[in-house]
Design a protein around this ligand. Structure first.
Ligand SMILES: [Fe+2]
Length: 153
């Protein structure tokens, strides 16, 4: 399968979030490359990274939406929880010995389009409006604090 390229259509215009979202494209490309040889070690690594990533990234995004006063935070959180449940179900199938590489890649492809290009785009305007200096150090160090809290270690 051809490699997916990150494009501007996938960006929501908040650099720190776009940087985190790019990892989803990396995971898809890694899984697609591993699929043919059913490389369990690679799939195990991607699943482990994905579980860590969703935990940190979703907590980060939710803190950002809360800080900006985004009114649909609880709906968005439910979507995150549903995604985590799907990833955990795939991890369970993997642990039971199945090759789930194609299914994980498919879940991530759908996620890019249905969540990142749609749900995440809908919180971006209020974050940009309420936190215009989020990417500079002037936002009271908020960004640095949150990155350290959720991504440290
Ligand atoms: Fe999200």
């Amino acid at each position: 399968m051809p490699q997916i390229q990150w494009t501007r259509e996938l960006e929501i215009g908040i650099g720190v979030i776009d940087g985190q979202h790019r990892r989803i494209v990396d995971y898809i490309n890694t899984l697609d490359a591993s699929e043919s040889e059913a490389d369990r070690a690679t799939v195990a690594r991607v699943l482990g990274d994905l579980i860590d990533y969703t935990y940190s990234h979703f907590a980060f995004e939710e803190a950002l939406m809360e800080e900006a006063g985004y009114e649909y935070l609880s709906v968005h959180q439910k979507t995150h929880q549903a995604f985590v449940a799907r990833v955990n179900a795939l991890k369970q199938r993997f642990d039971d010995g199945e090759n789930v590489a194609a299914d994980v890649a498919e879940l991530l492809r759908t996620w890019l389009i249905s969540h990142i290009m749609s749900d995440d785009n809908s919180y971006a305007p209020i974050v940009r409006e309420k936190m215009p200096r989020i990417e500079s150090k002037e936002q009271g160090g908020w960004l640095g604090r949150m990155v350290r809290r959720f991504f440290a270690g």
